[in-house]
Design a protein around this ligand. Sequence first.
Ligand code: ADP
Length: 481
Amino acid sequence: MDDDDVSARKGSFRKFLEHLSGAGKAIGVLTSGGDAQGMNAAVRAVVRMGIYVGAKVYFIYEGYQGMVDGGSNIVEANWESVSSILQVGGTIIGSARCKAFRTREGRLKAAGNLVQRGITNLCVIGGDGSLTGANIFRKEWSGLLKELAENGDIDREEVQEHAYLNVVGMVGSIDNDFCGTDMTIGTDSALHRIIEVVDAIMTTAQSHQRTFVLEVMGRHCGYLALVSALACGADWVFLPESPPEEGWQEKMCVKLSENRARKKRLNIIIVAEGAIDTQNKPITSEQIKELVVTQLGYDTRVTILGHVQRGGTPSAFDRILASRMGVEAVVALLQATPETPACVVSLSGNQAVRLPLVECVQMTQDVQKAMDERRFKDAVRLRGRSFESNLNTYKRLAIKMPDDQIPKSNCNVAVINVGAPAAGMNAAVRSAVRVGISEGHKMFAIYDGFEGFAKGQVSPRGASWGTGASLPRLETWGRVM
Ligand code: ADP
């Protein structure tokens, strides 16, 4: 983009905002439910965007509990109150689980506290439970205000002045368990934590020929387990949405022993916290360990990652995602009319979009229903296209087809890396080789880019599926620098 483009864009964004004045409006922002990295970036974006458009923005501390209790839990924020929080994990305004907000009595108190400060715009950052609560609150709002007036807590003018509550949600959840968005705030950071641990474990396990069973978070959603298995090339993964077929115990042991036969020193098995079998019975990491030890006699260790996954600093992706969503959330609040349903700001194909909150919550609950009713194909489909395609990619790259099922092909395919090195090139090569082999092609590696190509540095026997002796180590597939 040249300077003219930049100023044109800035100009049009300003023009767009000219019609969006927040003057005279008050926005309350709260974080609720399980904490997630990136929540602070979302809070910061709401505060700064709110101030930018001339609105007042209030922190509501400790989630819904702070809204019910009022007092010093609801405090006006300024530009500086959100300085230096972008890179901080968790949430600086606190999160809580609040029983009182589940009752009308609690929500009545919360409404009184908001009216007292003129807050009729609410931005909730939390999981599907928190967003469900926000929607109930919005629907009850006029009734709550009527009751407050009847009790003499507010007067009739206040009822009229604050007649509507606008609600917008952002999904903060490390599990990526919300339908309607490609990514929830916190998932990418949690994935980074998991991969750091797997990489660390891989170095120690390599030295001892071990099998590692790693349990990752996700009581109802296998997203973290699936993508971490994809990212570290795990040998087996257990997910609630896609339980292993009957007889999986034997198949898994065969796979692990084949790995050993190919001199692979390390086996990694990833288990989602909520993994189940096709009869909805839990599959635990301890059970898997027992199985490997009794059937194969391998030295097997279990690592349960737990809260480490919520910890640490948010990834760049989560900071950017939350910042963009926070800006969009304020725009959504300013554009809301009494007829606008509560919405959730989502990510769809790299665009921040607004979707009806109720429908997204319903879809999310439908996934659980499908799992409860053992309609696992439906559960995978309902999770969304990216979940389904990640699952297919994992299967394609982790499980080698039996030789008699591989189609016949006369194609010889060579893979070459050219140009500056980039992180992830090895993963791309691995993927290309394995997919090529599954299609029956003969795969070759060309070393040292075009220079190596000119000198005929082509793997003489072709590239194989595994990392056995015949396969040139992918890291050594050089590049022209
Ligand atoms: P998450 O938002 O991460 O899914 P929870 O389901 O625990 O976490 O919800 C967080 C809080 O949201 C609850 O403690 C409660 O205060 C509020 N909440 C959840 N569901 C409802 C509901 N149906 N009605 C009112 N409030 C709710």
